[in-house]
Write a protein that binds this ligand. Sequence first.
Ligand SMILES: [Zn+2]
Length: 374
Amino acid sequence: MKNFLFSSKIFKGSRYGEGHPLNIDRVWPSLDLLKIMNWVSNEQLVFNEPASIDELTIFHDIDYLRILQKAEKFQDLELKEKKKYNLGVGVNPIFKEVYSRPASAAKSSMRAIEFLASNKAEKILNFSGGTHHGRKNFASGFCFLNDCILAILKAKEFGFNKILYIDLDAHHCDAVQDYFLDNDNVQLISIHEKNKWPRTGKIEESKINNLMNIPVPENFNDNEMLFILNELIIPYCKAVNPDITIIQAGTDGLKDDPQSKMILSNSTYWHTISMLKDISTKTLILGGGGYNPYITAKAWAGNWLVLNSKEKLLQSKLNDECKEILRSLKWKNSRVRNGIPNKWLDKWIDDEVEMQIRDEVNEIVLYIQKIKKL
Ligand SMILES: [Zn+2]
């Protein structure tokens, strides 16, 4: 059985525009690192074209999809359209590939489900996906479409009855939860920073049959993540016993990401994914948030090794060619005012710091264990 890495050529050089947190390269550098290291072969790599409007209407409204295409074509919209679709206003800019790029990510996620359903693959990585805030008829939180929802709907279409979606991003998967609330075929687990935008994902909602919401405090550390993984997430996943698992693997919970105050190391992030990827035979791993381009590229390249159970290869220093790729990435952020810190360039694995499990985290675990009878 083969594992695949799905992506799209449109990501090369595609950015959201000056001043936006996603005016950075992530997908292409992650691929470049894998190619330099010979960790991915050409036959494992599948490039997809954008999904058509027809394919996307299993979730999205057709008028919104047409507006996205119009925005891409004319690079502008009328003010009333901008306001109605939350597009070209606030954090969701009209950029060069504003339809084609999210439609390509969506195509990869949907096609991945087809591959898994037809036994062409067991595990697929699509780090261009993970756009968990996108709504059916408007853009939200840097997300124009919602490939997570599209992938889950495809899985239902292909007859999967027990679908598990686990969201590791620092932000709560509000749109995914709203759409699949109370849907017994789809179990949703989200671990996210408490009181962070979009301020949804309350712990009390874990009382709802198909939800486990784990809002964690600032400075959420490695030991706390491992504790929650072992005490809550793994036992719950085993009880669900899914036919297919979809993991949203945003990296914005890593230490040194500017969009969260979580302080996870990449080794804990990789360990978490390695534990979750074999909950079911068939697994799709997506990307998501990740706003420090250096640590995101390393984390997502590492996810391909984790998916293939080859993460031991990460126990090395970065070679000069990999360092060069990382050094070439442009990022306007105070963290690189004096150059790129060596700790991001020297080696694949971050240093781990032993830290205490705080009372607040203990209480979260006890509260959810009681609700879910774990
Ligand atoms: Zn995020």
